[in-house]
Design a protein around this ligand. Structure first.
Ligand SMILES: Cc1ncc(COP(=O)(O)O)c(C=O)c1O
Length: 317
């Protein structure tokens, strides 16, 4: 028997707004069997002061989505601007007044058996109330995964391809089963890549370093935000190969991603990171990130989009 979905917001599915419970795909959908979809994850933050929901860097997420869809020969027939406007309308239709996660998904929709995917594809956008992805207030205790990161010549990690997240799920599950909060992937040749669903930064000798885009990572939007915010405090980020052992000697480590936001790491493989507490650079970046996404500062205004304002709806105070 079908479960009653709670919450059951309106979603955008096959060209119209329908309740989530009615947005169903067939059992033989290609993407369900073979992972042939490309998704995105966008956060939106409720501001009580402004009576507004702020979408964060929606244009960049939709642009990445459209670009990545082409890896699987899919075209999303709307511009990033139109997709942003559609998402604002979705938020307004649901009358959301809380923090949200927006999940755009484009997928191969051919019905049938066979790995060849055919030209058929559909896309959907779902917005759901969403809080912290993981409690990182006291810092995360993490491990280096025994699972290696998928290589670009196998499944491109930069693609945000549905099937690629089996790799992330295996690493995350293993980490939690072994009592850790999260996993760090190494590339096939043993360099630090990223977390299961976030990019990684280290502070080494007072400088910020992060793996380069050619080390099988998602080219994260939060990663680029962090690099920008670091410049505000006179820190340049070096994108370079990172050895595993650097994880054990770094002064600070944090994950950066839409879901994770900026999440400090205080222990790797049972070794303390720095003093074993949230470090000063991480703390500073966390604070400015939190202010920017919630619209508490003029900094980063070009990254925010007021959903109700864009949809032409005034929220009563
Ligand atoms: C594997 C992986 N790396 C990094 C990120 C962070 O990317 P972004 O900051 O664009 O959300 C994500 C986000 O979902 C991810 O799944």
């Amino acid at each position: 028997m079908a479960k009653v979905l709670e919450p059951n917001p309106m979603v955008y599915f096959e060209g119209e707004f329908v309740p989530l419970a009615e947005a169903r795909v067939g059992l033989l959908t290609h993407a369900l069997h073979y992972g042939t979809g490309v998704f995105e994850g966008i956060r939106a933050y409720w501001s009580e002061d402004d009576c507004e929901v702020y979408l964060f860097r929606a244009r960049e997420h939709f642009e990445r989505w459209k670009t990545n869809a082409r890896l699987l020969k899919m075209e999303i027939p709307l511009t990033a601007q139109e997709l942003t406007a559609l998402t604002c309308e979705l938020i307004a239709r649901n009358d959301f007044r809380q923090d949200l996660y927006v999940r755009p998904l484009v997928y191969k929709s051919r019905q049938g058996i066979g790995v060849h995917f055919g030209p058929e594809c559909e896309f959907a956008i779902v917005a759901l109330p969403f809080g912290a992805y993981i409690d990182s207030s006291n810092g995360l205790r993490v491990c280096v995964s025994s699972w290696r990161r998928i290589e670009d010549n196998a499944i491109p990690a930069r693609g945000k391809i549905c099937g690629a997240y089996v790799n992330s799920a295996l690493a995350g599950e293993e980490a939690r089963a072994n009592g850790f909060d999260e996993a760090i992937f190494l590339t096939a040749d043993g360099h630090v890549a990223e977390g299961s669903a976030s990019n990684i930064f280290l502070v080494r000798n007072g400088r910020l370093v992060t793996p380069p885009v050619y080390d099988d990572i998602l080219e994260g939007i939060t990663r680029s935000t962090v690099m920008d915010l670091a410049r505000d405090i006179w820190l340049e980020t070096t994108e370079r190969r990172i050895d595993r052992s650097e994880l054990y000697v770094a002064e600070e480590i944090f994950f950066a991603g839409t879901a994770f936001e900026i999440a400090p790491v205080v222990e790797v493989d049972h070794r303390r990171v720095g003093a074993g507490a949230v470090g000063p650079i991480t703390r500073r970046l966390q604070q400015s990130y939190a202010e920017i996404v919630r619209g508490k500062t003029a900094r980063g205004a070009h990254w925010r989009m007021g959903a109700y304002r864009e949809a032409g709806v005034k929220v009563p105070r």
